[in-house]
Design a protein around this ligand. Structure first.
Ligand code: TRP
Ligand code: SF4
Length: 400
């Protein structure tokens, strides 16, 4: 019901590596040119699993923001902020908790999965159970309709949509809704109200999605509707009550799969990463010592790229010509593994060069990053407050 708004968050639990760059950040950099974007440090989410090691979180918050800037996230295009500096996230989390069925949280698949995976930690906590609800608050408080996340987060987005629907269902009803909606239609003027009614019928009677889209953009163009009437007309389109909260869509990342140095998923816990601000010498060394197809004991032994983690890197970094050269050279024992790794090393170094360049000024002057975040937090607080006003009112909390 509002213009497209993208929101995503990242937990500050370690320094960022090429997996984050190719899986997430590259996509953020692209999105910031197409949409209004909000990107935030999910420090409260980090506490759900790291409540006993706060020092890890503190260290990583600023480093993570610098990594974002290195990757090309641009504070003049996107709003960057820290979750805990926008306390309204916590207020909304609390308010939503009142109407969240316990069973919904217990059934989110990541809950049991993560508890088992991180079995060395005690995660039978209230905060950990509430993880997806806090995420819902993050999203709903900005009425963000597009959330770029990986597959693993899909259940949290589905959960958020359900919470949003339930909220609108419980709190979106008002006495005399139909009459008020009809009155609001008249305010559109005779031509537009006729069009609105036609499109609404097309959608409600025939399920015509494009009519729904068209009606929404018709409403989006109306400058002089009051906020209340706007919400009514959006809600009325779909047959419900007022739409106070938006249902977010998942923007699945078309991520290039970036494996680790050993071919497993790149992850700090596997010790197979190349970080975003890694020293060139260390990059060379890490790639040179990468394992290769075990069949190639000697240079004269033919190999198979399909069995080699270096080939995965060529899939991320190399053009067709180089890939053909690898296939042919490996299978016929015409190239050595170090020859094969050389273009990969060059590409990684070339990728990191502009990153190092971008962050020089931030490393020299830490106040720059603090200022960027202070600006972002101020903007985020304003946006969050706009939604909170409607939510408090809907929940009977706007006393004066
Ligand atoms: N749970 C997300 C992750 O682990 C981080 C996150 C928190 C998030 N709040 C969010 C992502 C809101 C998108 C939107 O990756
Ligand atoms: Fe791997 Fe390249 Fe060696 Fe073949 S030549 S085993 S693809 S590193």
């Amino acid at each position: 019901m509002f213009a497209d708004r993208v929101l995503s968050g990242m937990r500050p639990t370690g320094s960022l590596h090429l997996g984050h760059y190719h899986g997430v950040l590259k996509n953020w950099v692209k999105l910031q040119q197409q949409y209004e974007c909000l990107f935030f440090v999910a420090d409260w989410h980090a506490l759900t699993t790291h409540y006993d090691t706060p020092e890890i979180i503190e260290q990583n918050v600023w480093d993570m923001v610098i990594d974002w800037l290195a990757a090309g996230v641009d504070p003049s295009q996107a709003t960057l902020f820290i979750q805990s500096k926008v306390p309204a996230h916590a207020e909304l989390y609390l308010l939503l908790s009142m109407m969240t069925p316990l069973g919904w949280l217990e059934r989110v698949p990541t809950y049991k999965d993560q508890q088992e995976k991180l079995s060395e930690k005690d995660l039978s906590t209230y905060g950990f159970l509430g993880y997806p609800l806090l995420q819902s608050a993050d999203i709903l408080i900005y009425r963000a309709n597009r959330v770029p996340v990986g597959e693993d987060q899909a259940p949290h987005l589905e959960f958020t949509r359900e919470i949003s629907r339930r909220f609108n269902h419980i709190y979106g009803k008002e006495p005399g809704f139909e009459e008020k909606a009809e009155a609001a239609i008249k305010k559109l003027g005779s031509k537009k109200s006729k069009l609105y009614n036609e499109l609404r019928n097309l959608y409600q009677e025939q399920g015509d999605e494009s009519a729904l889209e068209e009606a929404r953009s018709l409403l989006n163009e109306q400058q002089n509707l009051s906020l209340g009437d706007r919400e009514r007309l959006f809600g009325y389109l779909e047959g419900g009550g007022k739409m106070i909260l938006t249902e977010p869509e998942t923007l699945l990342t078309e991520a290039s799969r970036m494996p680790g140095l050993d071919g497993q998923k790149m992850s700090k816990s596997y010790n197979n990463t190349i970080s975003l601000r890694e020293d060139p010498e260390s990059i060379r060394k890490k790639v040179r010592t990468m394992p290769t197809d075990p069949a190639r004991v000697r240079r004269s032994d033919p190999g198979d790229p399909a069995k080699c983690p270096v080939w995965q890197f060529h899939l991320v970094y190399s053009d067709d010509k180089t890939r053909e050269w690898v296939q042919w050279g490996c299978k016929n024992a015409e190239i050595g593994c170090l020859d094969c790794k050389a273009p990969v090393i060059d590409k990684i170094l070339a990728e990191q060069e502009p990153m190092a360049e971008r962050i020089k000024k931030y490393e020299e002057d830490p106040t720059l990053v603090r200022n960027i975040i202070a600006d972002g937090c101020e903007k985020a607080n304003k946006l969050a407050e706009e939604t909170m006003r409607d939510i408090r009112e809907a929940m009977g909390l706007s006393y004066s």
